[in-house]
Design a protein around this ligand. Structure first.
Ligand SMILES: Cc1cc2nc3c(=O)[nH]c(=O)nc-3n(C[C@H](O)[C@H](O)[C@H](O)COP(=O)(O)OP(=O)(O)OC[C@H]3O[C@@H](n4cnc5c(N)ncnc54)[C@H](O)[C@@H]3O)c2cc1C
Length: 474
């Protein structure tokens, strides 16, 4: 990782960046026009697995570092393919962090902006793209433009979130940063019903405090219909102790242990930001990593979400789990890996549906409210992912497999979730499988607005279309 900690991007770094942009434009122009464009990236957090294609890939490695951090203006200039792990490593020494840091270390800034991100600061800071000031984009037509809220490419700036690299690729972003304290104090509140947990989110997120303590972060976990936890975290300058969940101890299990205890729990801010990565929330259990015997042997450096994701990709390529289930006579399993959000007032309904119809747990819960205020009576600020301004939503994340019953339609449980989310007026993230019809998809994700942007920035259709990419899995 290269980090320039000077206040301004140095002339040399800027010249290097300009040279890299020129090379990328040449490489892009040289790609065969009849093959889909693919990025050559060492990591991905997408959960749509394609057949390993032999399509030529665009080398974007020159855009994977932090160009500068300006601690006075509290902004950073960042290559579009920079991972949040590298970004946070560059900003924390200045006592600063990006306004929203998605939980998985190898999510990149460009990926979170084009594919949407969320974390426990989202109830006060919105989504990662809302603290972006400017984006340099290689468009589908092969030009580079700098898009800002208020310049001639404002339409692309606002339409970039949820375009999943189908309008262009971000090469450099300028983002806001916010100050941090060295430690975080966690309080886990237990609730006996989804309605009570949703009420708590609504109340606490509106007040920004709980029990006289300011709340900087809020998320939660539903372990079942009658056992839900809301976790509140607050910056603090000192801590009586700090827990460590990167070794034998497991963060999501600590929630039950610490719930209701007077002092709560303490983490360094660094460890708080990556608390979910070590065990990929709870999904590391699929590899035995939560079994004490295996955990002791599994190196700390390999307890990371990107390692587990590579194992899942290998499993999908080899069909190992499916064949194992088949030979053991177990029912086939349907992967159900999704993040959705509904208004907080519909959250209990969603969870009740989920527990009765799907029956998978735990479920991650994270409140969010757009940071950007809409114009009264105006359209949506972020047209391709139309959330209402000034409304608190709750994101629900569930990542696992559900036993299939013979005779069920293909992707039955995924489709049930899509139908319920639509019924509740919510939205589904597009990083995983989707099964919408084309008509329904464009109704939900603003087909008209998307087509205008596509026509302006990728008129030859050099990049895939959003439906073909996210539903057709091309
Ligand atoms: C189990 C699981 C849990 C998740 N939980 C969360 C969560 O809690 N919070 C959260 O924020 N997200 C979460 N995600 C989703 C994740 O943020 C998205 O998948 C995100 O788009 C991944 O970004 P990436 O940087 O890994 O990009 P990639 O996976 O490499 O790419 C994602 C898409 O974006 C495009 N793309 C990549 N880089 C750029 C760029 N620079 N410019 C334009 N387009 C680009 C690619 O073409 C691709 O279509 C989760 C995903 C999984 C699988």
């Amino acid at each position: 990782m290269r980090v320039n900690v000077s206040r301004r991007t140095s002339q040399r770094d800027f010249a290097e960046h300009v040279g890299a942009v020129q090379r990328l434009r040449r490489d892009y122009a040289a790609l065969p026009a009849d093959a889909p464009v693919r990025l050559a990236k060492p990591t991905s957090n997408l959960f749509r697995f394609r057949d390993a294609s032999s399509a030529p890939r665009l080398d974007v490695s020159a855009f994977a570092s932090v160009l500068s951090v300006d601690p006075v203006e509290r902004v950073a200039e960042v290559g579009g393919m920079t991972t949040y792990e590298d970004l946070v490593a560059a900003t924390l020494p200045h006592g600063l962090m990006p306004l929203v840091v998605p939980q998985l270390r190898t999510i990149t800034l460009g990926g979170a902006v084009t594919g949407l991100g969320i974390e426990s600061s989202s109830f006060r800071n919105g989504l990662p793209h809302e603290s972006v000031q400017e984006i340099e984009i290689l468009t589908g037509s092969g030009e580079t433009v700098v898009a800002r809220r208020d310049n001639e490419h404002g339409d692309l700036f606002h339409g970039f979130p949820n375009s999943y690299g189908t309008l262009g690729y971000s090469l450099r972003l300028r983002i806001e940063l916010e100050p941090v304290a060295p430690y975080v104090h966690l309080r886990h509140l237990r609730f006996g019903s989804a309605a009570e947990a949703m009420d708590a989110f609504a109340r606490i997120c509106a007040a920004g405090e709980h029990g006289g303590e300011r709340v900087d972060f809020a998320d939660g976990v539903a372990f079942g219909p009658g056992e839900l936890y809301v976790t509140l975290a607050s910056f603090t300058d000192s801590a009586p102790w700090t827990s460590d969940y990167t070794g034998n101890d497991i963060y999501y299990r600590s929630i039950r242990r610490y719930a209701g205890t007077g002092p709560g729990d303490y983490l360094t801010t660094h460890d708080y930001l990556w608390r979910w990565d070590t065990d990929w929330f709870w999904c590391s259990s699929a590899f035995g990593v939560q079994n004490p015997a295996v955990r002791g042997l599994w190196p700390r450096s390999l307890k990371r979400s990107d390692v587990y994701r590579k194992l899942v990709a290998l499993d999908r390529r080899t069909d190992f789990s499916r064949l194992l289930d088949h030979y053991r006579g177990r029912p086939q399993q349907e992967p159900l890996i999704q993040d959705i959000e509904v208004g907080v007032d519909r959250g209990a309904e969603f969870l009740d549906f989920f527990h009765s119809e799907i029956g998978m747990s735990p479920v991650w819960m994270c409140p969010l409210r757009l940071r950007e205020k809409g114009e009264p009576g105006g359209g949506h600020v972020w047209p391709l992912y139309p959330l209402e301004p000034d409304r608190l939503y709750v994101n629900f994340g569930f990542w696992g497999r559900v036993p299939m019953v013979p005779g069920q339609r293909k992707a039955h449980h995924n489709r049930l979730v899509e139908e319920e989310v639509s019924r509740l007026g919510g939205h589904k993230s597009l990083y995983s499988d989707s099964f919408y019809t084309e008509e329904e998809f464009w109704r939900l994700y603003n087909g008209e607005g998307y087509r205008r942007l596509k026509h302006a920035y990728d008129p030859q259709g050099r990049l895939l279309d959003l439906y073909a990419k996210c539903v057709g899995n091309r």
